[in-house]
Write a protein of this length. Structure first.
Length: 316
C-alpha cells in the first residue's frame, strides 16, 4: 500500500489533463477514468485510499482540469475541490433565435431543433415567468457566457439566457416611476438594434420611431421586412416591401407583432430612453451612420444624395 500511496501517476508534472466524470460514477469508476487519463496508476488500492482519505463522498462529477505527476492521494483531494472547466460562448447583439440555436448546436451544447421548439413552447415560456408572449425571440440576452459540462441541453441554455435578460431588464427599469410595457419596449429595442451599430444613434433612432408612433405614421423599417421573409437573399425588393406580414412595418400600423432579434443592453436602454427630437425620418449614409430629417422633403433629398453616392461607389 505504501508504494502505491507514494507513487506518482505516469503523466508528467508539467502536463494538465481534462477528465470527464459522469454523474453517478462510483469510486471504482472514477479510479478507472483517472487511470485511463494517466493521472494515477490503475489499482484496486485506489478504493481503499479514497475511503481512508475521507474524500470518497466528495469526488465530483463533471469536467475538470487536473495536474499530472501527483500522488494518488493528491489527485483525490484535487478532484474533491476542483472547479469545473468553463467554456466561453459569446452571443453578439442582434442575432435571431435560430442563429443562437445554431451557434450553441455547432459547439455541441444542444440540439438546434429542440432549441427552436422551446423558443415557442407556451408551457416552457410560462415556466420562465414570461407572460403574454408567444416566443422568446427578443429575450435571449446577448452576452458572454461561461458554461460547464452539466449545462448542456437546450432547456438549460435558454433558461440561462432568459434569466440574464430578466436581470438586465430589472436593472434598467429599477428607477422607472411609471408602468412600462415590456413587450413593446423589447420589440422597439430589437428594431433599434437592427437599424444601427452606431452607439451614438440608438436613442435618436428610438426617438424617431417614438415620434412616428405618436403621429400614427408607419414605421417603415427595412429590418422588419427582412424578418418576415423566408430565405432572404440579401436585397429587399419592392414586392417584398408591399408584401403584408405581421412584421412588415411598411404594411402594418404600429410595431411588429414581436421582436425581430435579440437586443443588447444599449438598445434596450435606448428604447426606454428615446431622444426627444423633431426628426421623423432617417436614411443610411452608407458608412454605418444615418442622416436624420424632420420633413419628408428633406428626407427625400437625403435619400437621393446617399443613393447617388452609393451607386457611384458601386460603379467604381
Amino acid at each position: 500500500m505504501g508504494a502505491y500511496v507514494l507513487g506518482k501517476g505516469p503523466t508528467p508534472p508539467e502536463n494538465e489533463v481534462i477528465v470527464n466524470i459522469p454523474k453517478g460514477s462510483s469510486v471504482k469508476a472514477i479510479g478507472k477514468i483517472l487511470g485511463d487519463a494517466g493521472l494515477i496508476r490503475t489499482d484496486l488500492r485506489f478504493l481503499l485510499l479514497a475511503k481512508f482519505s475521507g474524500y470518497s463522498g466528495r469526488l465530483q462529477a463533471g469536467e475538470f482540469r487536473l495536474r499530472g505527476g501527483q500522488r494518488p492521494g493528491d489527485v483525490i483531494k484535487e478532484l474533491a475541490f476542483a472547479k469545473p472547466v468553463q467554456h466561453s460562448v459569446t452571443i453578439i447583439e442582434g442575432l435571431r433565435a435560430k442563429d443562437i440555436a445554431e451557434l450553441f448546436a455547432k459547439k455541441g451544447w444542444c440540439d438546434a431543433e429542440k432549441f427552436i421548439s422551446l423558443v415557442t413552447d407556451k408551457r416552457f415560456i410560462e415556466i420562465l415567468d414570461l407572460e403574454n408572449i408567444s416566443s422568446l425571440e427578443g429575450y435571449l440576452y446577448p452576452d458572454t457566457y461561461l458554461l460547464t459540462s452539466e449545462m448542456k441541453g437546450a432547456g438549460k441554455i435558454i433558461t440561462m439566457l432568459v434569466h440574464r435578460f430578466s436581470t438586465v431588464w430589472a436593472e434598467l427599469t429599477a428607477e422607472k416611476d411609471r408602468v412600462i410595457n415590456r413587450e413593446k419596449m423589447v420589440i422597439l429595442a430589437s428594431m433599434v438594434e437592427k437599424e444601427t451599430a452606431a452607439a451614438s444613434e440608438r436613442s435618436l433612432i428610438a426617438g424617431v420611431f417614438t415620434n412616428r408612433l405618436a403621429r400614427g405614421m408607419r414605421l417603415q423599417s427595412d429590418p422588419t421586412v427582412v424578418y418576415g421573409i423566408e430565405n432572404f437573399s440579401g436585397k429587399i425588393t419592392r414586392q417584398q416591401l408591399r408584401n403584408p406580414t405581421p412584421y412588415n412595418t411598411y404594411t402594418i400600423p404600429g410595431l411588429p407583432v414581436g421582436p425581430i432579434c435579440n437586443p443588447g443592453k444599449e438598445a434596450l436602454h435606448a428604447a426606454l430612453h428615446p431622444t426627444e427630437t423633431k426628426f421623423l425620418y432617417f436614411v443610411s449614409k452608407n458608412d454605418g451612420t444615418h442622416q436624420f430629417s424632420a420633413s419628408l422633403s428633406a428626407h427625400n433629398r437625403a435619400v437621393r444624395k446617399y443613393q447617388r453616392k452609393k451607386k457611384n461607389k458601386e460603379v467604381k
